[in-house]
Write a protein that binds this ligand. Structure first.
Ligand code: NAD
Length: 440
């Protein structure tokens, strides 16, 4: 089977590498020549555990090109995995996917299956099929299949190789057969349905996870007010198999390239169809407020952040990825800078991407210790292992004032207390110790 993948981002590249690992030859297309050059030399342009090793291992089965013609011309299956970012009004921007569809139509010389892996609003597969058919240069037939992706960044390779299900939205037996042939070595259960339902499964699943997070964050906020402990509450809830213990970690809100845009896109789609999906509307609102919760907590200790040395630990939207899209750090650091703070940041893999946005506005630290030295205040935005396993005494030793405002509940309250820290976290009691505040 000749397989082509359009887009070598988190989804496209991981899909291609995993398909190669399972015995397929795959040609990957990307308009970003820099990515193609790196990939052709065996390097991954993104950080994902296991990805670069598998890329190197399967080098013989993978080809990377920036010109799509040769890749699409005789392909049996073309997988579209380009971005569908958010537009200003919250709807999904389909310009990249439309572009690829036109390129396919202009190029293919034999019947093929076009697979839409990108997350797209319900009805998009139908529109893409129409667009391709209207622009076909040769007399060939095309089946369009919805095959949404459920991988999570930080565990994308594992999630693909050991996925819980493969959703296939198909309108023909031929398409279903081709997809099952492509996935034949994966040994993963299928959910076979129509295209609209497959498109809806993706949004409904993602938005449910976002909703679960906003729910636990609201419960955490109430825990702080009424004096309960969110960790114990979540544990007690999660042991109920009807609820499950996943996605019950309270924090400063979800980020990343999917939950924020996918909640807004479904909300937009509902509104567009004269329906208000209230649970998702609330999910979005709760998340927006949650993102700036740490700054509000900091203002309890300092009326202004002007002139303070602030250490920021963790920049990426979650551990295991270098992706900064919609990360809470991007919302909070500009507030600190506007207030006049001196911000020193540390992240094990996210600093290069951060430099592309913030350049010299902050100081980049090579170690956690360097970031903490002489800090008046420390914010934790990402629960990297290096942060979770740091000896807490270091905060007291290195900082001017050991005030830690932790958005990811990295430490137990008791340990923070024992280490003499002033420690704010989410949904748990605040630990205050005798601290000398800088007068400002
Ligand atoms: P990404 O931004 O990381 O990658 C998209 C890639 O497509 C880029 O490298 C870009 O250069 C390339 N591209 C754009 N136009 C192209 C064209 N005409 N031909 C070839 N390449 C082109 O995006 P991503 O995070 O991989 O997401 C892709 C889709 O998958 C989105 O719809 C997203 O919602 C969905 N998705 C993402 C995740 C995730 O965790 N990132 C998970 C599930 C689903």
């Amino acid at each position: 089977m000749k397989i082509a993948v359009a887009g070598t981002g988190y989804v496209g590249l991981v899909t291609a590498v995993c398909l190669a690992e399972k015995g397929n030859a795959v040609t990957c297309v990307d308009i970003d020549q820099g990515k193609i050059d790196l990939l052709s030399n065996g390097f991954s342009p993104i950080y994902e555990p296991q990805l670069e090793d598998l890329l190197k291992k399967n080098r013989e089965s993978l080809t990377f090109v920036s010109h799509y013609q040769a890749a699409y011309m005789n392909a049996d299956i073309i997988i579209i995995a380009v971005g569908t970012p958010e537009r200003k009004d919250g709807s999904a921007n389909l310009q990249y996917i439309n572009e690829v569809a036109k390129q396919i139509a202009q190029t293919i010389e034999k019947d093929c299956v076009v697979v839409i892996k990108s997350t797209v609003p319900i009805g998009t597969n139908d529109k893409i099929e129409k667009l391709i058919n209207e622009n076909l240069r040769n007399a060939v037939s095309v089946d369009v299949v919805s095959n949404p992706e459920f991988l999570a960044q930080g565990s994308a390779v594992k999630d693909t190789l050991e996925a819980s299900r493969i959703v296939l939205g198909v309108e023909s037996k031929n398409a279903e057969r081709a997809m099952k042939e492509m996935y034949k070595n994966f040994n993963i259960p299928y959910v076979v349905t129509d295209r609209h339902s497959a498109e809806m499964i993706k949004y409904a699943a993602n938005d449910f996870l976002a909703l679960k997070l906003s729910y636990i964050n609201e419960i955490a906020n109430l825990c702080e007010i009424v004096g309960a402990n969110i960790e114990d509450v979540a544990k007690g809830m999660g042991m109920d198999p009807r609820i499950g213990d996943k996605f019950l970690q309270a924090g400063i809100g979800y980020g990343g390239s999917c939950f924020p845009k996918d909640t807004k896109a479904l909300h937009w789609l509902a509104n567009y169809n004269d329906y208000e999906i209230k649970t998702i509307k609330a999910t979005i609102e709760v998340n927006e407020n949650q993102k700036i919760k740490l700054i509000k907590k900091a203002r309890k200790y300092f009326s202004s952040l002007d002139g303070l040395n602030i250490a920021v630990l963790g920049l990426t939207f979650k551990p295991g990825t270098d992706d900064l899209r919609e990360a809470p750090s991007l919302t909070n650091i500009p507030i600190m800078l506007e207030d006049g703070a001196n911000v020193k940041v540390w992240d094990p893999v996210g600093m290069d991407n951060f430099k592309k946005v913030f350049s010299h506005a902050v100081t980049y630290s090579q170690s956690i210790e360097e970031a903490l030295t002489d800090a008046d205040l420390c914010f934790i935005f990402t629960e990297w292992n290096q942060i979770k396993t740091l000896e807490l005494e270091k905060y007291a030793l290195l900082m001017k004032n050991p005030i830690i405002i932790d958005g990811r509940n990295c430490y137990s309250v008791e340990a923070a207390e024992a280490a003499g820290l002033t420690y704010e976290s989410i949904g748990r009691k605040t630990v205050t110790t005798a601290i000398t505040l800088k007068s400002n």
